[in-house]
Design a protein around this ligand. Structure first.
Ligand code: IMP
Ligand code: MG
Length: 177
């Protein structure tokens, strides 16, 4: 495991819960009476998706995609590839893409365009965390849990070289290198 001295708590589980609940309240209001398909982005969004969907009161299907990830690098490369696609037919359905964090926006831009091309009734994006100042490509993000500074975060699904996803709170690394 990583050196604990380098971890500083950034959001505790209660703060995360509050952000998840308030986002779910907005989604419940916006999608009342609609057929919703949640598209979670593996692997980072698993914890957030699991918590978010349990607060939803609308009819929702849950799907996942997996996109090429950072690997061991800490910033995304320009190329994104699809490693696992969704199985549901999204034509005329309301799609909500759920991410845990947006940095450059490259990953989501790719997914957003791909889903839009499949002819859904609507497609929106929800993210727990948004490093808005790091955006390289423009993506329309409708639901944001928290705007954050440019920090490398781990826990609650967020990993550092595949570790730390299981931590219930979110930490930032003081010395990420
Ligand atoms: P983007 O394409 O640059 O927006 O990268 C988004 C993806 O990079 C996210 O879905 C995360 O999987 C990963 N990522 C971005 N920032 C962090 C971070 O601070 N900690 C862990 N993973 C991150
Ligand atoms: Mg992700």
């Amino acid at each position: 495991m990583l050196d604990e001295k380098n971890f500083t708590k950034y959001l505790n589980r209660h703060e995360i819960d509050a952000a998840v609940q308030s986002m779910a309240n907005r989604i419940n209001a916006d999608y009342q009476g609609k057929q919703l398909i949640i598209v979670g982005v593996l692997k980072g969004a698993i914890v957030f998706v699991a918590d978010l969907v349990r607060h939803l009161k609308v009819d929702a299907e849950v799907e996942f995609v997996r996109l090429s990830s950072y690997g061991k690098a800490r910033s995304s490369s320009g190329t994104v590839t699809l490693l696992k696609d969704i199985h549901a037919d999204i034509r005329d359905k309301h799609v909500l893409i759920v991410e845990e964090i947006i940095d450059s926006g490259r990953t989501l831009k790719f997914l957003y365009e791909r889903i839009k091309a499949a002819g859904p009734a609507s497609v929106e994006i929800a993210t727990l965390l948004d490093k808005a100042s790091k955006r390289v490509v423009d993506v329309p993000v409708k639901y944001v849990g928290r705007l954050i500074d440019d920090q490398f975060l781990v826990g609650y699904g967020l990993d550092l070289e595949e570790k730390c996803r299981n931590l219930p709170d979110i930490y930032y690394l003081k010395y990420p290198n």
